[in-house]
Design a protein around this ligand. Structure first.
Ligand code: ADP
Ligand code: MG
Length: 399
């Protein structure tokens, strides 16, 4: 790609062209090759002229803008698309990402912020060659029918294992009433999902950035509210928008869930690329895990998306692993032993993948990390864990 980023700006009805001309300017590495007034005209210009970045400015819920983004991505999948949205209603952010946009900024913005975003997108695209839709991060939903089965344990350890392998990782604590990801990672809940829900304005990547708490492993966490009564302020619509924003910026987003199929959990399953089911070796847990698997089947989930984790797999309770396979109709993919070191690491709020990287449990969590990325990452030892500490990236400023 040329050192100067050729940028085409398309302005939909309702947005002032004059304002946009002042906002997206030719400056330090960016050359604006055209400002097109109206979507109809834009189709023709896109056919005739070549550009490195497409900027689409729109107002409200613009189907025209969504159609243009989708068409531009089809025409040239590797060309980044930045959306500048004015007064976008809820749901629009998600639709723009679904259409293939790479980032969205809410107007008003400063020229510096737009320039920064354009350079960021170009840098990111030049590192990735696959089509935009495939550049979305994986959304990994960790499910378990019962409280105490190990969902939070799996979420935290899977996250740090992926971060240690160089992935950009976020966790969302969707156990909105009694979430304890903050406890498991020793994070103080300075900002939570509740604060995000109360914040003014539409969601965009920059805004979400301010509500993510950084962990020393490089993982970023959207924490659950600190009090159960705050949970009702968080709508399913907001949750979906949060996922869309995170998927455009992180390689893997892990969702730690409460027990059961709540509306939030169902929305997460719908949006997920991977489902990790955590079960234990006792009759009640097995029965509920089987019901959970059947429910996912009824919801039309592809069985290939599902990874089964058997936690406390060596407990001496009279149920063998072959009993498990018989009851569930499938063998677990990953076995996590019952281990006093796990209890200790939970109490010390250091995931066992970091606290005891050579333990059987840590190895199992790294296997799970490798499994959900389709073997795209290798399972590192202590070196990989340490390397990740130096690899921490700032959300919104990656690449
Ligand atoms: N394999 C294990 N070995 C030892 N303790 C475990 C193991 N799995 C879970 N625990 C303990 O059980 C408790 C509940 O686990 P957690 O991950 O919070 O469950 P959930 O999120 O499903 O409610 C944790 O405090 C943890 O210490
Ligand atoms: Mg939990």
């Amino acid at each position: 790609m040329a050192s100067t980023v050729r940028t085409l700006v398309v302005v939909d009805h309702g947005v002032d062209v004059h304002d946009l001309t002042n906002l997206v300017t030719s400056d330090t590495g960016i050359s604006v090759v055209g400002v097109v007034d109206g979507m109809e005209e834009a189709w023709r210009t896109l056919e005739d002229s070549s550009c490195d970045v497409l900027v689409v400015a729109c107002q409200g819920y613009s189907e025209r803008a969504l159609a243009l983004i989708g068409g531009a991505i089809k025409q040239e999948p590797d060309r980044p698309v930045l959306v500048l949205a004015q007064g976008a209603p809820s749901g629009f952010v998600r639709r723009t990402f679904e259409a293939g946009a790479d980032d969205i900024l809410m107007l008003p913005q400063t020229p510096d912020a737009v320039r920064f975003s354009i350079h960021k997108l170009v840098a990111r695209k030049s590192q990735k060659t696959s089509p935009s839709a495939e550049n979305q991060g994986r959304l990994i939903c960790v499910l378990g029918p019962k409280g105490g089965s190990g969902k939070t344990l799996v979420s935290a350890n899977l996250a740090v294992a992926l971060a240690a392998a160089g992935q950009r990782v976020a966790i969302v604590d969707l156990d909105l009433q009694f979430g304890d990801v903050a406890l498991s990672l020793a994070l103080s809940p300075e900002r939570t999902f509740y604060d995000l829900a109360l914040a003014d304005g539409t969601l965009d990547s920059q805004k979400l950035d301010a509500y993510l708490m950084p962990h020393s492993s490089g993982v970023y966490v959207l924490l659950a509210p600190t009090r159960p009564d705050q949970a009702s302020s968080i709508s399913v619509e907001l949750i979906r928008d949060v996922y869309a924003c995170l998927r455009s910026t992180f390689d893997a987003i892990i969702i730690d869930t409460p027990p059961g199929f709540t509306a939030e959990v169902i929305a997460t399953i719908d949006a997920a690329t991977d489902l990790v089911i955590v079960g234990m070796l006792d009759a009640a847990s097995l029965k509920n895990t089987k019901l959970g698997l059947e429910t996912l089947e009824l919801m039309g989930c592809d069985p290939q998306m599902i990874r089964m984790v058997l936690n406390r797999s060596q407990s001496q309770v009279g149920i063998t692993q072959s009993d498990v396979a018989k009851v569930l109709g499938r063998s677990p993919d990953i076995f996590i032993p019952s281990d006093r070191e796990i209890s200790r690491s939970v109490n010390e709020a250091v995931p066992i993948v970091l606290a005891k990287p050579t333990s059987e449990a840590a190895i199992a969590f790294r296997q799970l990390a490798s499994l959900v990325t389709g073997g795209a990452i290798s399972a590192p030892g202590q070196d990989g864990v340490e390397a990740a500490h130096g690899r921490r990236r700032i959300f919104g400023r990656k690449n």
